[in-house]
Write a protein that binds this ligand. Structure first.
Ligand code: SAH
Length: 421
């Protein structure tokens, strides 16, 4: 989501005559696009702002946009008085106001609408992978999560607007699209005639576009995996056989206190249904270890489910208490030391899953999307349909971004392959 927001900000500012620089000292405008999901990310923002304050030109305007802006509000100006703007995730389209009035302080952390989508200029050149937001905010209120506070209540964008953005991305260079939302599979939009549209309708519409070869979406809430959506994995070849569907914990007791679906059988059944329509599907999850009052037994259940479902490409985090969340006030917070040990043990399991899956790919042929050069500039980096990284010797001359690749080698982090001529 932040990558997408960053791209839109860049296009908007180009329309105002600005161009991008990587060089802090020469910048006239410095924007930190921020994430508040864990405390570490928020702390990083303030240390970066301190560094920027010292290194920037005196005349340069600087500020923060996104979730830390929303969380800090006017307090950000108290912590760093030189800041020029603090704009929440639904109001970064107001950035040009600070360019037009550089002597003012701009604060807007309003979350009431999503008019930013109407006000932002359309992109004219899309990356091969285009992110298309279809929904903002979240109503699920998981007790650890700051997102409902920072991004607001759930709003689905009008179907016609999303289709327009998808066509625009396809016509301007996109080959893969990733529909985005905090609760993406909960997308629901009813038009003026009372017709209800869901994520499966968006996938069908996008699949009609010849330019679009790969479709995916993130991030999903398990019990929003409706049957129409599950079926798409069996019927729509452009929908990649890979799904991020976070479980967070394998312990019903912990899930209940997280305010998440706490019947593990429900998760198992969704996975079973997905595998029955698409036997090749792979599932990824996010995990939180050390949630308040998590016992050794609770944690063992998380390890067991990671092993059982064989999640690949997963993310794992130590629980981080966040302001405005219920879990931050719960008793029996877990020590950092225990969280670290649990994270290490979970990561060992997730790495083992990944290694096993990567090894099973050797000898297979997969259509992969090119992401560009690796650091050495001697290889190209591709993404497989399962989001694995695949490194390929760079051929002479230009090649099309989608290539059929034979996987020749693998380790736990990535694959190696050869382009099939
Ligand atoms: N709905 C979004 C939420 C973004 S947060 C999504 O599913 O992507 C991404 C992940 O961060 C969550 O799935 C969760 O595993 C983790 N996370 C959220 N709040 C957290 C917290 N307080 N401490 C640790 N990890 C957290």
């Amino acid at each position: 989501m932040n990558v997408y927001d960053g791209q839109r900000i860049a296009v908007m500012l180009e329309k105002h005559g600005l161009s991008q620089t990587e060089n802090l000292e020469e910048a006239d405008l410095i924007i930190l696009n921020t994430c508040a999901v864990r405390e570490k990310a928020t702390n990083k923002v303030y240390s970066a702002l301190g560094r920027i304050r010292r290194a920037k030109k005196t005349s340069a305007l600087f500020g923060i946009v996104g979730c830390v802006a929303r969380e800090s509000g006017g307090d950000a100006f108290k912590r760093i008085p030189e800041l020029n703007f603090v704009l929440g995730p639904q109001s970064y389209h107001k950035l040009p106001e600070i360019i037009n009035n550089p002597d003012t302080k701009l604060l807007n952390i309003d979350l009431t609408g999503i008019e930013k989508f109407d006000e932002l200029p359309q992109i004219t050149k899309s990356p091969t992978l285009a992110y298309i937001p279809i929904q903002e905010g979240c109503n699920h209120c998981c007790t650890y999560c700051i997102v409902p506070y920072t991004r607001g209540r759930e709003i689905s964008r009008p179907f016609a607007d999303v289709v327009k953005d998808t066509i625009n991305a396809a016509k301007s260079g996109a080959i893969e699209i990733c529909f985005l939302g905090q609760n993406v599979n909960g997308y629901k939009y009813t038009d003026e005639n009372g017709k209800l549209y869901r994520l499966s309708d968006l996938i069908k519409e996008a699949a009609k576009l010849p330019e679009i070869q790969r479709i995916r979406f993130t991030s999903s809430y398990p019990t929003e995996m409706s049957d129409d959506l599950i079926e798409m994995f069996g019927t729509e070849p452009k929908l990649l056989p890979f799904l991020n569907m976070p479980i967070q914990s394998g312990s019903p007791r912990t899930l209940k206190r997280m305010n998440r679906p706490d019947d593990i059988e429900v998760y198992r059944n969704i996975v079973k249904k997905l595998k029955s329509v698409c036997p090749d599907i792979q599932i990824s999850s996010d995990f939180i270890v050390g949630f308040p009052d998590e016992s050794d037994e609770d944690f063992e259940e998380t390890l067991n489910i990671a092993k059982e479902i064989k999640y690949i490409n997963s993310y794992s985090f130590k629980y981080s208490p966040r302001p405005h969340t219920a879990a931050a006030l719960m008793p029996n917070q877990i020590s950092e030391q225990i969280k670290s040990v649990r994270l290490q043990r979970l990561d060992a399991q997730l790495n083992e899953n990944q290694r096993e899956f990567n090894m099973s790919c050797i000898g297979k042929e997969m259509v992969c999307l090119c992401e560009g050069d690796d650091k050495t500039k001697r290889h190209l980096v591709f993404r497989t349909p399962y989001m694995q990284q695949c490194i390929v010797e760079k051929p002479d001359g230009d090649i099309a971004p989608l290539q059929k690749i034979k996987i020749t080698d693998a380790n736990k982090a990535s694959l190696r392959g050869e382009i099939i001529k």
